[in-house]
Design a binder for this molecule. Structure first.
Ligand SMILES: CCCCCCCCCCCCCCCC(=O)SCCNC(=O)CCNC(=O)[C@H](O)C(C)(C)COP(=O)(O)OP(=O)(O)OC[C@H]1O[C@@H](n2cnc3c(N)ncnc32)[C@H](O)[C@@H]1OP(=O)(O)O
Length: 130
């Protein structure tokens, strides 16, 4: 798994208890996973179909730097299944794991699923630029 991106926890990212809001983490994961999937497939027309499992493991706080690890779990005909781990940049403690994040490649006109043309083996082999 490669950690490709970082964010700083700002005051407006906090919940009423003063820790990083779970909804904000999910928003970040959706966006980071979309960027990753889009780069892997070389395609913009992707929609989030499914997020299978979300586990919040430790809290993060204002001023923490969090980083996002992403990897392809599997590739289907029109879909890409991704795992994302959010961890504290300094302590390396996991904050959240989101598994089975499924994006579907769609035709921008019809908005129907359309093949993305990539296999897992191809993505594994040619993922140097992420
Ligand atoms: C201040 C606040 C600011 C907020 C600032 C926000 C900023 C955050 C920025 C975010 C930026 C990023 C953006 C992200 C992208 C979106 O968030 S997109 C928005 C949410 N998603 C949607 O609107 C999608 C709505 N769904 C659909 O349109 C239709 O379900 C779809 C995607 C066209 C698929 O239709 P379908 O009938 O399910 O198609 P079907 O052919 O049966 O299946 C297609 C593939 O999905 C797979 N699949 C189907 N169902 C499932 C399932 N339940 N589970 C797993 N796989 C499935 C199938 O196996 C198939 O895979 P392949 O075998 O072809 O590989």
């Amino acid at each position: 798994m490669r950690f490709l991106s970082r964010r700083l926890v700002m005051p407006n990212d906090l919940n009423f208890a003063g820790s990083l809001f779970g909804g904000r983490i999910l928003e970040w994961i959706d966006e980071e996973a979309y960027i990753f999937a889009s780069c892997q497939l070389g395609a913009k027309s992707l929609v989030t179909k499914h997020i299978g499992a979300i586990t919040f493991e430790t809290s993060a706080f204002q001023g923490d730097v969090v980083e996002f690890g992403l990897q392809v779990k599997s590739a289907g005909r029109t879909s890409l299944n991704i795992t994302c781990v959010v961890r504290n940049k300094h302590t390396k403690q996991n904050i959240c794991t989101a598994d089975d994040i499924v994006f579907v490649h769609i035709d921008p006109e019809t908005r129907q699923p359309t093949p993305h043309g990539k296999t897992k083996a191809e993505l594994d082999e040619f993922n140097f630029e992420g």
